[in-house]
Design a protein around this ligand. Structure first.
Ligand code: COA
Length: 484
């Protein structure tokens, strides 16, 4: 199987972002590697036609047994897309959307493969009883290599048809479709952490939620010389795409965004309730005039005591340590604000070391992005490694995609080669684990010792989990990445 990998030569593992972002000094981040390059057989990839790729026949036949129709939808079908989008919005419990909102969804998300399940006997037969959408997107792996993964979103099943196996058919259909397209990894962000393990997904990035009591903060970080400016939300949405791309290609765990995402974040479209007006936008520009950071935030509360507003950081990405420090300082020293909240920041967010009082921040963590390896060789060969060595992996995959024994050999340049073998050689450190656990380990953000202690990973040779850590773990921790 051939996999398309876009490599960034001499890419340092570093991060400069918040709310799914962070910073690190290039000097401290020594892992570098070149990814192997590959192309799909036949030049242009089947992925180019992913919206028209045939629907998975196994799931189609199973759903048809229950009288259900499993099909993809062309985005050019405006009425069909609006009915699909209504079902999607209802599935996530939001209010009934306007026609304008639905048209906005089509403009923004119509590039994806839009799939639904229809019950032709239902009173509203045009509205699907289940939805998914999926698309190929670059994900940044350790070594800052870019792997094209199968991103999945909009997974809903009507409350009126729940727990009859419809989601199972949709998910398994998505995985078989991705595998047929030659994509080695599926990815999603989740509403609940209880759903996707059974399909072989494991949590691979984690998010911290920070609440900072700003009255306790005595800024101890650097004082950069660039400038912070308010910009309009329209200006912000127009500038962020390029900045985000620079940040995400040097941030393990970040996935590609899409054009319609930025105005939506800035609340300049898709804003039925007028919530966007609460948002403020700022940028950081270096002394030499380079845009290095951008953030969206809003103020809440302050009703009874005007000096006790909460500043909620909605989005922050930076591409330099200066921008990172300057924007955080701007937030933490804001007048009339007593609390700064930021959700979905990295678990090792550097700002905690800039507060002067670590206990000014309360931190909770949660799983965020889940991955599912479909092709173990391609996925493991796509990332860079911290140190050379050999590791045996016995992988159990109930759905069969990545089942088998694999020998990973990492050379001194950080490039890994994987061989599928009948039996692992006895002298090699080796572990046995399910595919969801291997998927959790892929980005290097999970401690193998914890998985061993939890019984999720078993050592076939004593002490082998330490070898997994030596080869796979990365620092800084993978960023949580965007919601999608
Ligand atoms: C989550 C959802 C898609 C599940 O759809 P469904 O058709 O009821 O699921 P299925 O009947 O195919 O269930 C497949 C398996 O997952 C389990 N499952 C489904 N939803 C679950 C949930 N929310 N929590 C725990 N287990 C769940 C089922 O029990 C079943 O387990 P089994 O195979 O071991 O018997 C549906 O409940 C839904 O639309 N929820 C609201 C939107 C949402 O949260 N979507 C997920 C976005 S990331």
């Amino acid at each position: 199987m051939h996999t398309q990998i876009v490599s960034h030569d001499l890419c340092l593992v570093q991060r400069h972002s918040g709310t799914g972002a962070r910073s690190g000094s290039p000097r401290q981040n020594v892992l570098r590697s070149r990814a192997p390059r590959g192309t799909y057989a036949g030049g242009m990839s089947a992925v180019e036609d992913f919206t028209r790729f045939p629907i998975d026949e196994t799931s189609r036949a199973k759903l048809a047994e229950s009288g259900l129709r499993y099909e993809t939808l062309e985005a050019s079908d405006a009425a069909g897309f609006a009915a699909w989008a209504r079902a999607d919005v209802r599935g996530f419990l939001a209010a009934e959307p306007s026609e304008k909102y639905l048209e906005g969804m089509r403009a923004s998300l119509g590039y994806r493969r839009t799939t639904g399940v229809w019950d032709d006997s239902a009173p509203q037969a045009d509205e699907p009883v289940a939805t998914t959408s999926s698309w190929p997107a670059e994900l940044t792996l350790p070594g800052c290599t870019q792997l094209r993964v199968w991103a999945i979103s909009s997974v809903t099943v009507s409350q009126a048809r729940r727990r009859r196996g419809i989601a199972r058919n949709l998910l398994e259909g998505e995985l078989r479709t991705a595998a047929a397209l030659g994509i080695p990894l599926a990815a999603l962000t989740v509403s609940e952490s209880t759903i996707y393990g059974r399909f072989g997904f494991g949590p691979a990035t984690f998010a911290a939620n920070l609440t900072v009591d700003t009255r306790r903060v005595r800024w101890s970080g650097p004082t950069p010389s660039g400038r912070i400016d308010y910009v309009s939300r329209e200006q912000w949405a127009g500038q962020i795409a390029g900045l985000f791309d620079s940040a995400r290609t040097s941030t393990v765990g970040e996935i590609e965004g899409w054009d319609g995402m930025w105005p939506r974040l800035a609340g300049t479209v898709h804003d039925e309730e007028g919530e966007g007006k609460k948002l403020r936008a700022v940028t950081y520009t270096s002394e030499s005039g380079e845009l290095q950071g951008a953030a969206l935030f809003k103020y809440e509360g302050g009703d009874h005591d005007y000096a006790s507003h909460t500043l909620s950081v909605e989005f922050l990405r930076t591409v330099s340590d200066d921008a990172y420090a300057a924007i955080w300082r701007f937030f933490l020293e804001a007048d009339l604000v007593s609390t700064v909240k930021a959700e979905h920041v990295a678990v090792d967010e550097p700002v905690r070391w800039m507060l002067g009082d670590q206990r000014a921040a309360t931190v909770t963590t949660t799983d965020h992005q889940w991955l599912r390896i479909l092709d173990a060789k391609a996925a493991l060969e796509a990332r860079g490694y911290a140190s050379p060595g050999v590791l045996g992996l016995e992988v159990e995959d109930a759905l069969g995609f990545a089942d088998g024994a694999f020998l990973l050999t990492v050379a001194s340049d950080g490039v890994g080669r994987v061989e599928a073998v009948e039996r692992l050689p006895e002298e090699v450190p080796a572990v046995r684990l399910r595919v969801d656990a291997l998927s959790s380990l892929l980005l290097g953000g999970v401690a193998p010792a914890a998985l061993r202690a939890a019984g999720v990973l078993s050592e076939l040779t004593e002490g082998a989990s330490a070898q997994v850590a030596r080869l796979l773990r990365v620092s800084p921790e993978p960023a949580p990445g965007i919601w999608y």
